[in-house]
Design a protein around this ligand. Structure first.
Ligand SMILES: [Zn+2]
Ligand SMILES: [Zn+2]
Length: 394
């Protein structure tokens, strides 16, 4: 069986038939073409790289518009009864197991009515390359059991397109803040030296506050918001070396042999998240643009306009593996091959490491304590000799 034919998706009828033999064509990472699993013939995916992706005017009603939900091939949503993950598959394919957690408790929920992606980064890393990347990565991990390090790991890798939103927006802000400016003055003081009172002068800093206000305009481009319900953003963040300039207009061909995760962060929720990131950025830009030594009570009123959005899909290999009857997950960036995930830990290796650390701390503490007691009773020369000796021993 071809590498892309394994995994959760099992097609029943042909979506992209081969012109030679009528067999199912799948997206091939090595040639970046559609490739027939039976006779190996290839078909170029109509290249849209010269075409700039469309940025849609932000309209929360888009989820109700049929034109925005046309994926080019009819989609159905498959929901997992175990982890409640939602996968999108062509309507004529079925899933045997959940691509996220491996559970067989999956059920078709019919047409999802999701906004179709505007652009994707196609998979460049093959299933085999992803498995190799994981193997190289796990062997470099600390505190893993020897058996895990030497043994092989069998895992079922699923190629998943993970959903994101990107937003553009223009902003027009007016702000008000209180600004503190440092001033200095010389003050005359008195002190007692050797029983005599004397006066001296000292420079003292004081802050003068005044209110300021102004306007600030800024354009924000491609604010990237994860829309996945399956991956916590921390884990995804570790794989975040996607090259967004490699985005290419969506074609249903790219999804052949892969699974798309249905976005679970809605368009309005995604925009709220984008706005809070934009607001945080505006805060720091406006604050640093105000001249003065201190800024307080900064209040900003922002108007957003010319907002646009794109729904994009980014490629990730997802896998679960068993080690001593416990399940672990790892993920590989389908574009760059970088890896993140969980590995089993060796209890005694961690214990041994902690023990060695404690012993080292004890030794260092002992040396310091000895040195201090030596310092207090010994003449300076003797103490220097002792510390020199300790340095030699170290
Ligand atoms: Zn063929
Ligand atoms: Zn699941």
């Amino acid at each position: 069986m071809d590498e892309n034919a394994r995994g959760a998706a099992q097609e029943q009828t042909t979506v992209f038939p081969c012109q030679g033999c009528g067999g199912q064509m799948m997206y091939d990472t090595a040639s970046q073409t559609l490739k027939c699993r039976y006779c190996g013939s290839e078909r170029q995916v109509e290249d849209g790289t010269e075409q700039a992706p469309v940025e849609y005017e932000l309209d929360f009603n888009d989820e109700d518009k049929a034109s925005m939900k046309d994926w080019g091939a009819e989609q159905q949503v498959i929901k997992c009864g175990n982890c409640s993950g939602e996968m999108l598959l062509p309507a004529n394919q079925t899933a045997a197991v959940c691509a996220f957690c491996g559970s067989p408790k999956v059920l078709s929920q019919g047409n999802p009515g999701s906004i179709r992606p505007e652009s994707v980064i196609p998979f460049h890393v093959s299933r085999e390359q992803a498995a190799q990347a994981f193997n190289a990565w796990r062997k470099k991990k600390w505190f893993i059991p020897n058996a895990f390090k030497k043994g092989s790991v069998s895992s079922n890798l699923n190629g998943i397109y993970v959903p994101f939103w990107t937003f553009d927006t223009n902003t027009d802000s007016s702000y008000r803040a209180e600004v503190g400016v440092y001033h200095y003055r010389m003050e005359t003081r008195t002190r007692v030296v050797n029983g005599k009172t004397e006066t001296y002068t000292e420079q003292v800093r004081y802050t003068v506050w005044h209110w300021t206000s102004g306007t600030y305009r800024q354009f924000f481009n491609d604010v990237l918001i994860p829309a996945s319900g399956q991956y916590d953003s921390k884990l995804l963040h570790k794989l975040n070396d996607f090259k967004l300039n490699q985005l290419t207009p969506y074609k249903p061909e790219y999804l052949s042999g892969f699974i798309a995760e249905r976005y679970s962060v809605s368009l309005p929720a995604g925009w709220e998240e984008a706005k809070s990131r934009v607001d945080a950025e505006l805060q720091s830009e406006i604050r640093s643009g105000i001249s003065g030594d201190e800024v307080r009570f900064l209040s900003i009123d922002t108007r957003y306009f010319d907002q646009t959005y794109k729904h994009i899909l980014l490629p990730i290999w997802n896998a679960n593996y068993l080690y001593q009857s416990k399940t672990y997950r790892y993920m590989v960036n389908g574009e760059t091959g970088s890896v993140t995930g969980r590995v089993p830990r060796s209890g005694w290796k961690i214990a041994a490491f902690v023990l060695v650390c404690l012993v080292l701390l004890g030794v260092i503490g002992f040396i310091i304590a000895q040195q201090q007691s030596n310092d207090s009773v010994m003449p300076v020369g003797e103490a220097a000799k002792v510390s020199a000796k300790i340095k030699l021993q170290a």
